[in-house]
Design a protein around this ligand. Structure first.
Ligand code: NQM
Length: 352
């Protein structure tokens, strides 16, 4: 029997929104947990009108946060993508946007102690095993919400959440270059398969007859493009060590083109069946990393600033995403950082 009411917070993390739950408040069994989450978020109607999901993959997300036994972390975070249409729940991908909200949740719930004017919340990302440090603003002994940090894709400004990832290469695929190559040719199309926190297939927009500046709505309406991208994705899934990806939300399919604002690259990302209004956090880290790989599809497409650490601009449909990359002596990306904002929107009980 599902519990009659489940404590729940709604939190915007970066450009996404999720229902946050304490691990102990959800059923232990995966099948029962997933049934409960689908019931709470709603669907399969486009609006998720009988649930609290927002009718889009970016607003049909779940974070499960728990106490951790891990000495390197304050909390465990499991990300779950609820597909609003298919009513599936997937733990195969991570989500860097919702991760920013984990800092808010952990402090709000007293799971991570405030340690000074700024507080680092250390998060073990259960989807990938990786660790992320979130630098939160806590100037008066409590979490600061207001601030002057703006991120493209979110109205207004808020306090910054600085997210620092260590060793995220091969998060889901086991290797930064899961196929072993910086460049592969599949069905006559040149692609770069990369996983620096998120499995992504990087493709040239021009190879599909596109400028790469089309709006997400135009791209979503292009059935022939979506069919071609899905055929490539299904072919590449096993080669990226992801197995059959028919029901999985990875790999993401990212169409790249020359930057418009002197950035690193312009992007349009299918996640994987709907075009992102911006770009995912770890998706952006993976694409930025791909731009630095000699021989990759996106190499030399835009200008790469010298030195390390460097901040690169990944352009997307609603603006620009700055990614800070640290390189090792071999010029390989070894750590990444991004700035997000996050906000607790609502706390209450969900009625399944
Ligand atoms: O790539 C969307 C988002 C994401 C994931 C997606 C994300 C990330 O914008 O880390 O943030 O690619 O499904 O929330």
């Amino acid at each position: 029997m599902p519990p009659p009411r489940v404590p729940c917070c709604l939190i915007r993390g970066g450009t996404s929104r999720a229902a946050f739950f304490l691990q102990d408040d959800l059923p232990a069994g995966e099948a029962a947990r997933n049934r409960l989450l689908v019931r709470i978020l709603g669907g399969p109607d486009a609006l998720q009108v009988d649930g609290i999901g927002g009718g889009h993959p970016l607003t049909s997300k779940v974070a499960v946060v728990g106490q951790t036994a891990d000495g390197e972390a304050d909390v465990d975070y499991l990300f779950l993508q609820v597909d609003p249409r298919k009513q599936t729940v997937s733990s195969v991908q991570n989500c860097g946007n919702i991760l920013a909200g984990v800092g808010v949740y952990a402090i709000h719930k007293g799971m991570a102690p405030i340690t000074g004017k700024e507080t680092v919340v250390r998060v073990r990302m259960l989807n990938s095993g990786g660790l992320c440090h979130l630098l939160m603003q806590t100037p008066d002994g409590s979490l600061q919400v207001e601030g002057d940090t703006a991120i493209d894709g979110v109205p207004g400004t808020a306090a910054p959440v600085v997210c620092s990832y260590q060793n995220i290469a091969g998060s889901a695929c086991g290797a930064l270059l899961p196929t072993g190559n910086a460049l592969d040719v599949v069905e006559g199309v040149e692609v770069t398969c990369v996983d620096n926190g998120m499995p992504v297939v990087v493709l040239r927009a021009a190879d599909f007859g596109l400028t790469g500046l089309e709006s997400p709505e135009e791209l979503d309406a292009d059935a022939a493009l979506k069919t071609r991208l899905e055929a490539l994705r299904l072919a590449l899934g096993p080669r990226m060590n992801l197995g059959d990806v028919t029901a999985k939300s990875v790999p993401k399919m990212c169409l790249v083109s020359p930057p418009q604002q002197d950035g690193l690259v312009m992007t349009r990302t299918f996640i994987p069946h709907v075009c992102h209004k911006a770009i995912g956090v770890l998706g952006a880290v993976s694409v930025a990393t791909a731009c630095l790989l000699p021989g990759a599809v996106a190499a030399d497409i835009g200008s790469v600033p010298a030195g390390s650490p460097k901040t690169v601009a990944v352009e997307h449909p609603s603006g620009v995403f700055g990614v800070r990359l640290e390189l090792n002596e071999a010029n390989q990306v070894q750590a990444a950082g991004v700035v997000r904002t996050a906000r607790l929107l609502f706390e209450g009980e969900a009625f399944p």
